[in-house]
Design a protein around this ligand. Structure first.
Ligand SMILES: *Cc1c(COP(=O)(O)O)cnc(C)c1O
Length: 422
C-alpha cells in the first residue's frame, strides 16, 4: 500500500471495533483475561494481546502499526514524548561505561539529554560532524553502541550525509538511530537508506494540530540478525534477560528492538503514551501527507520571498537552489520537498526582535510543525543558555529568526512578513 492509504487503513479491523469507523479509544488501565492460562500465555509471549496499558494498549497499537508501515519498518513503540523516545532508544543498547556518537546538529533538548543527563548514567556522548561524517569512523570503538543524528535537523535546518553515516556504521557493526521529526514519515524514510532505528517527536508535524506531546520508536526488519552478528557489542539482545525470566531476545520471532524497549523500559520506566493522545495522533496521520506537501510548498514560497527582500541578509531553506543542502534535499526527500522550517537573518539583534514583535499572523512560540505559522528568536529563547561560541557551533546567530511555516494562504503570510520587515 502507498503512504496515503496506510495512514487511513493500516492496523485497524473495524469488526473488532464494533464497526466503528473511527478507531475506538481503549481508555482503560487493564484488560480481563479469558482465564489464568490466557494470562500466563500473554506474559510468556506465547500469545500476544493487551496486558496492562503501561505495556500495550489497543488504540496505541493501531498507531504503532500504522506508523511502522509508514516508515517502512517492522514494528514501533509509542512513548510519552520525543525526549522519552530518544532516551529509550539509547539506553536500550547503551549502559554505564559505553559511549554513543551524536551529531553536532541536534534539537536542543536532545543535546542536554544526550550530553548531560545520560552522562549521569555513565554513558559518554562523542560528537561527529553529520554534514559529511568526516570524523565519524575515528570516534567509534568497542564500547560504541549507537550513532544518533537527525535527518533534517531542528533548528539548524541541515541535512545529514545519511548514506555515508550508514556505510560507516554498517562497516563497523554499530546501530544507527535517526530522528526523523522534521522531515516526517511523509517526506522521508530513513530505513529505506539503511538506518536501523527511527525516532520521532510526534508532537510536531505528525500531530500538526499542536495538541499532543508524544514520541515513537520504529525499527527496521530483521535487527535480530544484526545483533547476532555483533554479539559482543549488543550482549543484552543475545544473552538471557534476567529481568524477564531469562528471555533471549534474538530467539523471539518478534522485532527485537521495540520488544526489549517495551518489555524492560516501558515496563520499568513507564513513559508511555496515553490512549487519548494515540487517538489524536491517529486523526493527524490521516492528513500527514497532504499537510507536508502544503507545509513544503508554502515554505518554499515564503523562502523565495525572503530571499528577494532587501532587508533580509541570508535565508536558509533546503528547497532553495542557493542552499548548501539543496542537493541532499533533492536526493533524499520526496520530490525534494523540505518541510516547513526556514531561518533568515536581518541586520541586528534589535532588528530581529522588532521584526518578530511586528508580525501579526505569526505566533511567537517555541514549537515547530503546527498548522499555524510560528516565529521565534532562538538566541534569546531556545538557545539563550548558550554562550557565543556554543551559539556559533549550533549555527545560531543573534540576528537569526526562525519560522515554522503553517498551512495558511501564503498571500497572507508574505503580506504579514513584508509589513513586519518594512
Ligand atoms: C521537539 C523535538 C524533540 C523532542 O520532542 P518532545 O515531544 O517535545 O519531547 C526531539 N527531536 C526533535 C527534532 C524535535 O524537534
Amino acid at each position: 500500500m502507498e503512504k496515503e492509504t496506510i495512514a487511513l487503513h493500516a492496523g485497524y479491523d473495524k469488526k473488532e471495533g464494533y464497526g466503528s469507523m473511527s478507531v475506538p479509544i481503549a481508555q482503560t488501565t487493564a484488560y480481563a483475561f479469558r482465564d489464568s492460562e490466557h494470562a500466563a500465555n500473554l506474559f510468556a509471549l506465547k500469545e500476544l494481546g493487551p496486558i496492562y496499558t503501561r505495556l500495550n494498549n489497543p488504540t496505541t497499537d493501531v498507531l504503532e502499526q500504522r506508523f511502522a508501515q509508514l516508515e517502512g519498518g517492522a514494528a514501533a513503540l509509542c512513548t510519552s514524548s520525543g525526549q522519552s523516545a530518544i532516551f529509550y532508544a539509547i539506553v536500550n543498547v547503551a549502559l554505564a561505561g559505553d559511549n554513543i556518537i551524536i551529531s553536532d546538529k541536534l534539537y536542543g533538548g536532545a543535546v542536554t539529554l544526550l550530553t548531560h543527563t545520560i552522562k549521569r548514567f555513565g554513558i559518554e556522548a562523542r560528537i561527529f560532524k553529520s554534514d559529511d561524517a568526516s570524523n565519524l569512523d575515528e570516534l567509534i570503538d568497542d564500547k560504541t553502541k549507537a550513532i544518533f543524528f537527525e535527518s533534517l535537523s531542528n533548528p539548524q535546518i541541515a541535512i545529514a550525509d545519511i548514506e555515508k553515516i550508514v556505510d560507516i556504521a554498517k562497516n563497523r557493526g554499530v546501530l544507527t538511530i535517526c530522528d526523523n521529526t522534521v522531515a516526517t514519515a511523509a517526506l522521508f524514510n530513513p530505513i529505506s537508506k539503511g538506518v536501523d532505528v527511527v525516532v520521532h517527536s510526534t508532537s510536531k508535524y505528525t500531530s500538526g494540530a499542536g495538541t499532543v506531546i508524544g514520541g515513537i520508536i520504529v525499527e527496521r526488519d530483521n535487527l535480530a540478525a544484526f545483533f547476532k552478528e555483533n554479539p559482543s557489542r549488543y550482549p543484552d539482545f543475545v544473552n538471557p534477560d534476567p529481568s524477564y525470566h531469562g528471555l533471549v531476545y534474538v530467539n523471539v520471532p518478534l522485532p527485537n528492538f521495540t520488544l526489549r524497549a517495551r518489555l524492560s523500559l516501558a515496563r520499568d520506566i513507564g513513559a508511555v503514551q496515553s490512549p487519548h493522545n494515540s487517538w489524536l495522533l491517529i486523526q493527524s496521520l490521516e492528513t500527514l501527507s497532504l499537510r507536508l506537501d502544503k507545509h513544503s510548498s508554502n515554505a518554499l514560497e515564503v523562502a523565495q520571498f525572503l530571499e528577494n527582500h532587501s532587508k533580509v541578509n541570508k535565508v536558509s531553506y533546503p528547497g532553495l537552489k542557493s542552499n548548501a543542502y539543496y542537493d541532499k534535499a533533492q536526493k533524499y526527500f520526496k520530490d525534494g520537498k523540505s518541510s516547513g522550517l526556514i531561518s533568515f537573518e536581518v541586520d541586528t539583534y534589535e532588528e530581529a526582535r522588532r521584526v518578530i514583535d511586528s508580525t501579526k499572523l505569526f505566533s511567537v512560540v517555541v514549537n515547530i510543525g503546527d498548522s499555524k505559522s510560528l516565529i521565534t528568536h532562538p538566541a534569546s529563547t531556545t538557545h539563550s543558555q548558550m554562550n557565543e561560541e556554543e551559539l556559533l557551533a549550533a549555527g545560531i546567530n543573534p540576528v537569526t529568526i526562525r519560522l515554522s511555516i503553517g498551512l495558511e494562504n501564503t498571500l497572507d503570510l508574505i503580506k504579514d512578513l513584508n509589513q513586519a520587515l518594512n
